[in-house]
Write a protein that binds this ligand. Structure first.
Ligand code: PGA
Length: 225
């Protein structure tokens, strides 16, 4: 079981240090934390895997606002999130840039959590399978890559996919890609056990509920119960 906390644009270095002082992780679950870039150095070296929230495909260059694999490795960062829906919808991330970021990160020694998911309009139009198939096709197969299924309508909204909806999407993704699949979208201590109990759900990508150490720990306990 893998439980990843995506902190988005929350927690500078001071809050990051406080969080790590308080976090207690049960045995049997791997925790990955994804703090903002400026908190990465504070988070590494404390026995918990640290991933960046994005990574560029060039080794270096004139790419204002981007960050390279080498810069992350130098800090002890182990991996990166790629293609989060907030990157896709607010910052123009495409299937092609997701592919470039994934390929370069994996070739350069980072682990990757690549995110896919349909919007509410796509689900209502019966296009979920088509959208997931297209997004998954852009993601390379690699032993250090896992996919996170995050229905866009469930992210930060308090709406969660039913366990059956998650299971169906995960089974589809696993039919296309031989990988672990995490579920994301309003995962919290109250719903984690039911979602993580589905056979095709291999862990969780948690946003809001990962900002509090007790809440993240409770999700981890649900993951191994
Ligand atoms: P949420 O975010 O848990 O706050 O819905 C999940 C994510 O964006 O990874």
């Amino acid at each position: 079981m893998l439980v990843a906390g995506n902190w988005k644009m929350f927690k500078g270095p001071t809050e990051t240090a406080r969080f790590l002082d308080e976090l207690e992780v049960p045995a049997g679950v791997e925790v990955v934390l994804c703090p903002p870039f400026t908190s990465l150095a504070e988070a590494t070296g404390r026995g918990i895997a640290v991933f960046a929230q994005n990574v560029h495909w060039a080794a270096e260059g004139a790419f204002t606002g981007e960050i390279s694999v080498g810069m992350l490795l130098e800090l002890g960062v182990e991996g990166a999130l790629v293609g989060h829906s907030e990157r896709r919808h607010h910052f123009g991330e495409t299937d092609e840039t997701v592919r470039l970021r994934c390929e370069h990160a994996l070739e350069s020694g980072l682990r990757v959590i690549a995110c896919v998911g349909e919007t509410e309009a796509e689900r209502e139009a019966g296009r979920t399978a088509e959208v997931l198939t297209r997004q998954v096709a852009a993601i390379p197969q690699h032993e250090h890559l896992v996919i996170a299924y995050e229905p866009v309508w469930a992210i930060g909204t308090g709406k969660t996919a039913t366990p059956e909806m998650a299971e169906e999407a995960h089974a589809l993704i696993k039919g296309l890609h031989d990988t672990q699949v995490l579920y994301g979208g309003s995962v919290k201590p109250e719903n984690a056990a039911e979602l993580l109990g589905q056979p095709a759900v291999d862990g969780a990508l948690v946003g809001g509920a990962s900002l509090d150490p007790a809440s993240l720990a409770a999700i981890c306990h649900a993951a191994v119960s």
